[in-house]
Structure formats: structure tokens, C-alpha cells
Design a protein around this ligand. Structure first.
Ligand code: FOL
Length: 214
């Protein structure tokens, strides 16, 4: 049952754990970083029996949905699940029911996860929680959240929204998070990942994986 599906948080954050500013990302478009996000969240393992279409899910809050440029949403080749207390809102009425990418609308993280199990045509492989702050917080409280794919942005740009847990610090340790090595990261994301800093537009960043036991 998908009530117990493992969850992976994916985010990029500054050294102060800033993740957002004014309803969008705090840094200019970083193509290599966004490209990594798109490839990793799309990639599925090859299906031996092509009975059902294999797909990953991206679970997000309503503000994160609003922050994605309309031409990019629903995020292509991923099952999009949006969490909102106002599922009655007209915004969701125009969603074509047969679009495999959705979005599926749910009123809490736990009910969002229940949407992922019983699809007869889709086999959900990985489930990524893609933000924002309040959804990350809800997910971190669930034991089934066992991975964080964190891109460490090495400059402190101004932010108004922050991630809750310093994975390298005391609270990270207290919650059981440890950083995994390059091999484990590459095995999980299914591609080669450069060790150390990547540079783009005057920004340096590093792709990291953190894991914890159930
Ligand atoms: N995780 C990481 N590592 N980086 C991020 O920028 C990020 N952003 C979000 C969640 N986790 C993240 C939430 N914000 C798009 C836009 C904003 C967004 C998430 C996704 C988006 O438009 N994505 C397109 C790619 C568009 C492009 O190629 O420029 C996609 O297909 O994924």
C-alpha cells in the first residue's frame, strides 16, 4: 500500500537553508540544476512487463504548483499531485481527467499518498516531495521519508522561505540523517553525478543525498 511508499524530498537550498523568495526560486534560472531536477524526477527503471505505464510522482503544495511556469505544468512525464485545503477551487476544474500527469488534487500529504496506490493503468515507482516549506515539514514528520536529494547552493542569496532541518547539524543527526557517498547517489538517481561544485551563472552548487533508516 502506498501509505508506506518511501518518500524522497528534492530541493535546492542556500547555506541558510533558504528555498524561496516572493513565491519563486531565490536564484536566477540555473539550467544545470533544473535539468538535474527534471531528469531525476522523470527517470524510471525499465519495466520488464510493459503492462502498466511506470511513472514517478511529484507531490507539491499549491503555492509550489502556482510557482511553476504554466507552460511547464503539469510537470511532464510525472504524476503531479497538488495539496490544497481548497480542492473546490475553480482552478482545478479545468484539469482533463484523462491526462496521465494530472494534476491529482488532495487535501493533505497523507491523502495525496493514498491517491498513488490504486491506479489500474499507472505503476508509481518513486515519489518525490517537491515542496514547499510546509509540505517538506509534513513529509519530514513521516517515517517513510527516508531520502533527501539536496542541492547545496553555495551563496547566501536573500530568501523568505526556508527548509526546516539542517541535515549536517545537530537536528539532522537527531533525526537520523546521514550524507551518502557519490556511489549511492548515482545508484539512486540513475546517472553520473559530478563530485564537488558545479558552477553556473556565478553560482556554485553541489548535488547531495541524505538517507535515514525507517
Ligand atoms: N529541487 C531542486 N533540486 N531544484 C529546484 O529548483 C527545485 N524546485 C522545486 C522543487 N524542488 C527542486 C519547485 N520549483 C519547475 C519550476 C519550479 C519548481 C520546480 C520545477 C519546472 O518548471 N520544471 C520543469 C523544467 C523546466 C526547464 O527545463 O527549465 C520540469 O520539467 O521539471
Amino acid at each position: 500500500p502506498s501509505g508506506s511508499l518511501p518518500l524522497t524530498l528534492i530541493l535546492a537550498a542556500t547555506p541558510s537553508l533558504g528555498i524561496g523568495k516572493g513565491g519563486s526560486l531565490p536564484w536566477p534560472q540555473l539550467k544545470k540544476e533544473m535539468g538535474y531536477f527534471a531528469r531525476v524526477t522523470k527517470r524510471v527503471s525499465p519495466s520488464p512487463t510493459a503492462n502498466r505505464r511506470r511513472i514517478n510522482a511529484v507531490v507539491m503544495g499549491r503555492k509550489t504548483w502556482d510557482s511553476i511556469p504554466p507552460r511547464f505544468r503539469p510537470l511532464k512525464d510525472r504524476l503531479n499531485v497538488v495539496i490544497t485545503r481548497d480542492a473546490q477551487n475553480a482552478q482545478w476544474k479545468s484539469v482533463p481527467k484523462d491526462a496521465v500527469e494530472g494534476p491529482v488534487v488532495a487535501t493533505s500529504l497523507t491523502s495525496a499518498l493514498e491517491c498513488l496506490q490504486d491506479d489500474k493503468d499507472l505503476e508509481v515507482e518513486k515519489v518525490f516531495v517537491i515542496g514547499g516549506a510546509s509540505i517538506y515539514k509534513d513529509a519530514l514528520a513521516l517515517k517513510q521519508t527516508n531520502r533527501v536529494l539536496l542541492t547545496k547552493i553555495k551563496s547566501d542569496v536573500e530568501c523568505d522561505t526556508f527548509f526546516d532541518v539542517d541535515l549536517d547539524g545537530e537536528d539532522g543527526k537527531a533525526q537520523g540523517w546521514t550524507r551518502s557517498g557519490k556511489e549511492e547517489l548515482e545508484r539512486y538517481v540513475g546517472e553520473e553525478v559530478k563530485e564537488g561544485d558545479v558552477e553556473e551563472q556565478g553560482f556554485a552548487f553541489e548535488f547531495c543525498l541524505y538517507e535515514r533508516e525507517e
